[in-house]
Ligand binder design. Structure first.
Ligand code: PEP
Ligand code: MG
Length: 765
């Protein structure tokens, strides 16, 4: 080393000295090239480095833009491809190199025009913009020595500021565009689990958009520190609130994730590192990003899937913190979709999904998700295909990328090649044709081949869903989830609003029956405006204070709903159903509440429904033990297989790891339902199934086999299920069913499939 090493100092102080001087350069009126020349001078001088160079990505290669110490003739002449030489490796891998003997590195590529043979040691860091390397900043020395950690940290901090400088100088435009163009060519196929069938095309939109950091250099360090403190406070508050709302589900965020969020949010080390980055002269946003970049680089070297998951959590939190600090808190829904879009999220709550413009939302891709989570039911109701449990979405996809979602094949094509696009279009056309063929079924009766009529109804929850009655030719609405209105509202819907919705739905349904289910909130259906007492907080919301349990205690809520329903159904038949009944007295209490409200309205001279029919949902398995006591008081009973199966298997319906573990066709479910059919038969009670299970041809076939003759299903399922019904010899199936249930195979799905195939049942595949 020709100069004496710098006196021991902290990385923050060292970076701050440089940043103070860079500040002047950036504020000056010099042109971009002049600024870069000054920058390499300052960095070289401050780090006592003989060489300091900046390479920027241009037309797909890294070009030497400015240097102190290498030959000036090499500027704009020396170019390295991505992955070529040390500089190309740093940009491609987005990693830091620190070498005492550059030439000894296997990637070293000697460029005689630079005169770099005089220098032995080498350290380089990537210049990053929107998570992509757009350049490289490096220093070299004639002495073979490694650079100190402090110096590397300083270089990394300076590289952040440089990314702003080159963006402002429009240098990054060419560089970033070239890089984007390069990356754009790499088409990719990601796979996941089909959660809602269908195909869609659109640009990638992240539910929580990333903030692009515009200002990296602090004007006032203390002010930046306060901004970060305030943001930390706010973030901790948000996380604590999410945890305390666990009773109502946690807005799609899984409990385990929430625990990790909490751990990071209160982690002293993390906030200290951000503080140190602020000390070095960065703005709050840049400091958070700087720490995140460093963590990202470190994690890239660790190949541990568990740690990678945690890394995602920290990444989420880091983004949240940047959004808070920059005041850009909106989700993509609040910003509005401008094109046909495919939404990308780790997970979503049902209310969050409902905020999106249905006309532009062409699909959803989730890193988590499971078949019967409410958000998936909502997506199904909206007719939006969903692919779940897709790994690496956030590293493989950039905002604005073109995506082709083929949920039926469990695939997502990212930046498709023309050939992939062509195949996709052909498949889409085919599925549209098939749908058109199925549409022919609309006016045909749902009767089995051997003449047994099956009642096919649809599940709904929004005013718009009623249109599906005409489109599908369904006989009515077998489950109207009234809580959807609560989920899409910013505040608790008042009685008038509820009444208006129910009346509209009844008007649109005409003489077709509608079964209104009273509010089923709680579980994974969170209402942000409904607060909870501390003592009611719980670890297990699906089995907690939800649905009828909550409604019976918040009597005011149920009374308002009862009145709205009774008044809306004036002069017609009102069908009302209670969710999550666990013991007969709960059903009785809810029914009495309706009876009371009816009497009250009568006493005030209001026009009443012609009749009120009462029903319960069978979702809690234990209820079957006292079903005989309840049956005389019931008009109808509907088996909610979504909740029922989660309780039968003791497996959280929203848990991503359990999503595929248990099968609806398992003898456990089928025998249970057969038992219920037996208990109900011979009574006047109408028995049906309204869970998602009934919307799939194979599952629906099995349900018919055990004696179910009423199904309420997702509208998209009506045509394929009707096709199955019309091709089924029900008597033959019922003859074989006892044997199937008595001696189930280890692959029940295969067993039912084989039966369907042998008996010519149309399963649509
Ligand atoms: C069910 O549990 O099967 C059901 C239909 O209700 P939800 O999915 O709304 O809980
Ligand atoms: Mg349910």
């Amino acid at each position: 080393m020709t100069n004496a090493p710098p006196p021991p100092t902290t990385a923050a102080q060292s970076a701050r000295t440089i940043l103070t001087r860079l500040h002047e350069v950036m504020a000056s009126r010099t042109n971009a090239q002049g600024k870069l020349n000054q920058v390499v001078g300052i960095i070289g001088e401050c780090l006592h480095s003989e060489v300091c160079s900046i390479y920027l990505l241009r037309d797909g290669a890294l070009e030497l833009y400015a240097t102190r110490g290498l030959k000036q003739e090499a500027v704009h002449v020396t170019r390295l491809a991505l992955g070529e030489g040390l500089v190309g490796t740093i940009a491609q891998q987005i990693e830091t190199l620190n070498l005492d003997e550059a030439a000894a590195h296997p990637d070293f590529s000697y460029r005689p025009e630079t005169g770099e043979e005089l220098f032995h040691s080498f350290a380089g860091v990537p210049i990053i913009r929107r998570e992509q390397a757009v350049g490289v900043l490096c220093v070299q020395h004639s002495d073979p020595r490694r650079y100190e950690e402090i110096e590397i940290e300083t270089l990394q901090t300076v590289a952040m500021v440089l990314s702003e400088l080159i963006a402002n100088a429009d240098l990054i435009d060419t560089a970033a565009r070239a890089h984007a163009a390069e990356a754009d060519q790499t088409s990719q196929r990601l796979t996941g689990q089909k959660l809602v069938d269908g195909m869609g095309e659109g640009v990638a939109v992240f539910h929580q958009p990333r903030v692009t950091i515009e200002h990296t250099m602090a004007e006032d360090i203390e002010a930046e520190r306060h901004r970060v403190y305030a943001a930390f406070d706010k973030m901790r508050e948000q996380i604590d609130r999410m945890a305390s709302q666990a009773e109502f589900g946690i807005g799609g965020e899984h409990e385990e994730v929430l625990e990790t969020y909490k751990m990071f949010a209160y982690d002293e080390g993390w906030s200290r590192r951000i503080n140190e980055a602020i000390d070095s002269g960065l703005t709050a946003e840049a400091a958070i990003e700087r720490v995140q970049q460093r963590t990202r680089m470190r994690m890239r070297q660790i190949d541990d899937p568990l740690l990678r998951d945690r890394m995602h959590d920290l990444e989420d939190l880091s983004n949240r913190l940047i959004r808070i600090v920059s005041g850009q808190m909106g989700t993509a829904a609040q910003l509005g979709l401008r094109h046909d879009s495919i939404l990308i999220a780790r997970n979503l709550g049902p209310a969050e999904l409902l905020e999106y413009d249905r006309r532009r939302l062409k699909g959803v891709v989730l890193e988590e998700g499971s078949l019967t989570a409410h958000v998936i039911i909502v997506a199904r109701a909206m007719g939006v295909p969903v692919l779940g449990r897709v790994r690496d979405v956030r590293t493989s996809i950039r905002e604005g990328d073109l995506l082709l979602l083929d949920a039926s094949a469990g695939a997502l094509h990212v930046r498709p090649t023309p050939a992939v696009q062509e195949a996709f279009d052909a498949k889409l056309e085919l599925s549209q044709k098939r749908r058109a063929n199925l549409a022919v079924l609309r006016d045909l009766p749902a009767v089995t081949k051997d003449g047994v009529p099956i009642e096919l109804m649809i599940n709904a929850g929004l005013r718009e869903d009623v249109a599906a009655l005409d489109l599908t030719g369904a006989r009515g609405i077998g489950l109207f989830r009234t809580e959807f209105q609560f989920l899409v509202s910013a505040t608790l819907p008042q009685r008038e609003r509820q009444q208006r919705l129910y009346r509209d739905v009844l008007d649109a349904a005409g003489d077709r029956p509608v079964i209104f289910r009273t509010v089923d909130i709680g579980g994974d259906k969170a209402l942000p405006y409904m607060t909870v007492d501390d003592e009611a907080l719980e670890e297990n919301p699906a089995m907690g204070w939800r649905a009828l349990r909550l409604a019976l205690e918040r009597e005011g809520l149920l009374k308002v709903q009862a009145r709205a329903l009774i008044e809306a159904a004036a002069g017609r038949t009102l069908n009302v159903m209670f969710p999550m009944v666990s013991e007969p007295w709960e059903y009785e209490a809810a029914r009495q509440l309706f009876v009371g409200q009816r009497a009250w309205l009568a006493s005030r001279g209001k026009k009443l429904p012609a009749a009120i029919r009462y029903g319960a949902m069978l979702e809690v398995p234990g209820l079957v033990e006292t079903l005989d006591l309840m049956l005389p008081h019931l008009d109808f009973l509907s088996i909610g297989t979504n909740d029922l199966t989660q309780f039968l298997f003791a497996a959280d319906r929203a848990h991503p790891r359990l999503a595929e573990r248990y099968d609806w066709l398992s003898p456990i479910v089928m025998r249970y339902i057969a038992r219920v059919v037996k208990l109900v038969s011979g009574t006047k009670v109408a028995l049906g199934v309204c869970g998602e299970m009934g919307g799939r041809p194979l599952e629906a076939m099995a349900l018919l086999g055990v004696g179910i003759e009423r199904l309420s299903i997702t509208p998209a399922g009506v045509a394929p299920v009707k096709a199955m019904i019309r091709s089924l010899d029900l008597a033959a199936l019922r003859t074989d069913m006892p044997a199937i249930l008595a001696r189930p195979s280890s692959d029940p799905r295969g067993q039912y499939r084989a039966w369907a195939k042998a008996n010519g049942v149309d399963l649509g595949d």
